[in-house]
Design a binder for this molecule. Structure first.
Ligand code: NAD
Ligand code: UDP
Length: 338
């Protein structure tokens, strides 16, 4: 029997790639998305990749009546919960809006799942829950001190899901802390298309390479790192997608709550990314060193060993492939799914 997995936020960047991995692993993804930050034309692209368009429902995870209807009408084996807001700057400007969507949304979903007897949940958390870590690589038991409302919204969800699992031990919950997801499916048919000026490094570099922006401003060249620029753990979105399938399988094995980092374990600086992207694209990336971005952490990367031991998962794709795949998507789709 095919297992149907409800994928909230499944039309978005990581969710759409996870729909590919789910379909390829024999699951049937059912997308629930309010399209606040995505374009439903992604489903046609998913059909081209997997041979079958996923079913989808336009709606909001905070809509309890809608969730009750979905759980009543469908046989849902588990939920992967991506739906949420993710821009750190916006979360500082509108903290209540962020808590409303990310925290309250997860609570509504959890209560609807409990009422329907669906007790398998994989949740999108983030390495931002660690804040400015004491050291890298960061293991999962490092202290969590999120530095902004977005990070706190993820941490609150983590803590309340842990309380929930204690209260209802039949639940199977995996909290996945992503490091820096980048790249695109190797087909170049799906990828990340930020609205407006990108905040994140890789989409910005892509837009410089394709001529949409003049130059990259490197946020700080005087950090205590090898070349002075910020260091992050970039992880290919398809590795991440496969990590979700592994997490789902693990959750289906036994009740409990697991918290796992998904990263490569390797740090790359801003200039490492620029060089790798130039090599992958054959284009030169103009940049200038600007001031530090407020709130940025100098350097951090994951200790992904636990995900390796527990899930048998490890990132397989390196920085070169992340850049090559991001570039293929960007070149083929300079205006996203339009
Ligand atoms: P995204 O914005 O591309 O995808 C999120 C999707 O959720 C969008 O399609 C959006 O329309 C939808 N959505 C938002 N609120 C909703 C709601 N209330 N009801 C229904 N749908 C809703 O973002 P992404 O990069 O794919 O991120 C997915 C998840 O992973 C988010 O929870 C994000 O916080 C988390 N995450 C992302 C990153 C990253 O750098 N991309 C890093 C760590 C964690
Ligand atoms: N960065 C940069 N210029 C940009 C965007 C990002 O120099 O236009 C740097 C940023 O300071 C950080 C790294 O690139 O060191 C990754 O930033 P991003 O916003 O992609 O992810 P973060 O780790 O901050 O969530």
């Amino acid at each position: 029997m095919t297992h149907t997995i409800l994928v909230t936020g499944g039309a978005g960047f990581i969710g759409s790639h996870t729909c590919v991995a789910l379909a390829q692993a024999g699951y049937e993804p059912l997308i629930l998305d309010n399209l606040g930050n995505s374009d439903i034309r992604v489903v046609d692209r998913l059909a081209r990749i997997t041979g079958r368009a996923p079913r989808w429902i336009e709606g909001d995870v905070r809509d309890r009546a809608l969730l009750d209807r979905i759980f009543a009408e469908e046989r849902i084996a588990g939920v992967i919960h991506f739906a949420g807001l993710k821009a750190v700057g916006d979360s500082v400007a509108d903290p209540i809006g962020y808590y409303e969507n990310n925290v309250h949304g997860t609570w509504v979903l959890t209560q609807a799942m409990e009422a329907a007897g669906v007790r398998t949940l994989v949740f999108s958390s983030s390495a931002t829950v660690y804040g400015d870590p004491e050291r890298s690589p960061i293991p999962e038991d490092a202290p969590c001190r999120p530095a902004n409302p977005y990070g706190r919204s993820k941490r609150i969800v983590e803590e309340t899901l842990a309380d929930w699992q204690q209260a209802s031990p039949g639940w199977r919950i995996v909290l996945l802390r992503y490091f820096n997801p980048v790249g695109a499916h190797e087909s170049g048919l799906i990828g990340e298309h930020p609205q407006g000026k990108p905040n994140n490094l890789m989409p910005f570099v892509c837009q410089v390479a394709v001529g949409l922006r003049d130059k990259l401003v490197v946020h700080g060249g005087d950090y205590p790192t090898a070349d002075g620029t910020g260091v992050r753990d970039y992880v290919h979105v398809m590795d991440l997608a496969e990590g979700h399938v592994a997490a789902l399988r693990k959750a289906q094995e036994a009740p409990g709550l697991l918290t796992l980092n998904l990263g490569t374990g390797q740090g790359a600086s801003v200039l490492d990314v620029v060089k790798a992207f130039e090599a992958a694209s054959g284009r030169s990336i103009a940049y200038e060193i600007g001031p530090r971005r407020p709130g940025d952490v100098p350097a951090y990367w994951a200790d992904p060993a636990l995900a390796g031991r527990v899930l048998g998962w490890q990132a397989r794709r390196g920085l070169e492939q992340m850049c090559a795949d991001a570039w293929r998507w960007q070149q083929g789709n300079p205006r996203g799914y339009e």
